[in-house]
Design a protein around this ligand. Sequence first.
Ligand code: FAD
Ligand code: SF4
Length: 339
Amino acid sequence: MNRFSYARPGSVAEAVREVSTNPAAKFIAGGTNLVDLMKYNVERPTHVVDLSRLPGLKEIEETADGGLRIGALVSNTAAAYDERVKERYPLLATTLLAGASPQLRNAATTGGNLLQRTRCYYFYDSATPCNKREPGSGCPAKTGLNRIHAILGTSEACVATNPSDMNVAMAALEAVVKVAGPNGERSVPIAEFHRLPGDAPERDTTLGHDEIILGVELPEPRFTTHYTYLKLRDRLSYAFALVSVAAALEMDGDTIGEARFALGGVAHKPWRVPEAEALLRGSAPGREAFAAAADRVLQGAVGLEHNAFKIDLARRAVIRALSQAAAGTPQSQTDKRIQ
Ligand SMILES: Cc1cc2nc3c(=O)[nH]c(=O)nc-3n(C[C@H](O)[C@H](O)[C@H](O)COP(=O)(O)OP(=O)(O)OC[C@H]3O[C@@H](n4cnc5c(N)ncnc54)[C@H](O)[C@@H]3O)c2cc1C
Ligand code: SF4
């Protein structure tokens, strides 16, 4: 373990000040990812700024436009079992409960989940090169163990995936991330929050070093009946997704009125293609329409030596998730219909 100093600020402004004056400072919330990375010598902060007791970030509140704001320090458990989240955003509750284990979800926070880092084996192994950990050192995953890696949006520099379940629902629901920095507050649509690796894979998001996540705002509730989160993984619990799909439909009689779906486990960010969703609008729900949407969302997918299976797996997962959503199959552990 490397030496570091520790601060427990009493306000958001103080927290921002603590990191803005030190490029090697890091925030810590639940600590379920950062502490592991510090033990593996991947993250080496010289100053750790503990957010866990900051006032005002642990609440779930109604917004003026009929949505919900989930504070950055709300735990994944508290968000998943909040009555308003369960009723109005059951897709989000489902994805939260699909992640990690109950103990981890009790500690993990909304802000930390948004920023959890990839599970690429080489990233965690500081004895190997890795462009994300040490820019310019290389990417052994491209020709090495790449079963869990990305099939979309990759770059020469990095083929890692974003491992979060929650982020996939946030993408489908068009959440907005509220952040604060030295120059005030700003709102970042979730589609612009996570980034593709390009030639700077060390940057997972567009958040500045000196910016703090205050919370996430969900727009007015929709998709409360026809939704599914399908998570495919090597074990039935306590495992990251190989491929996942968050699907949400609004039915207009016998046809699809509105469609949203995003994929996890396939790219450096939740993968959503609005053109694929547009193909579904006005269509009759069924295998033909869902297969066309799946082909569109996966356009350009490229497999590596050990992960090419993900392309077909993702195609079938999209078709199945959309079929389940269309049928209104209960998916959430918090869904009243299956309690
Ligand atoms: C064994 C194991 C299994 C797991 N399985 C899954 C799974 O199946 N699905 C899944 O989605 N996740 C899974 N996770 C990951 C887990 O969800 C994340 O570790 C957790 O969400 C991170 O939240 P945290 O509050 O503990 O973040 P921390 O570890 O405290 O922080 C993570 C990062 O976020 C930054 N940060 C935290 N809060 C803020 C803020 N408000 N503003 C700015 N920066 C901030 C920190 O500086 C750090 O860089 C698993 C983790 C473990 C250890
Ligand atoms: S895929 Fe990305 S995280 Fe993994 S070794 Fe390559 S550069 Fe590092």
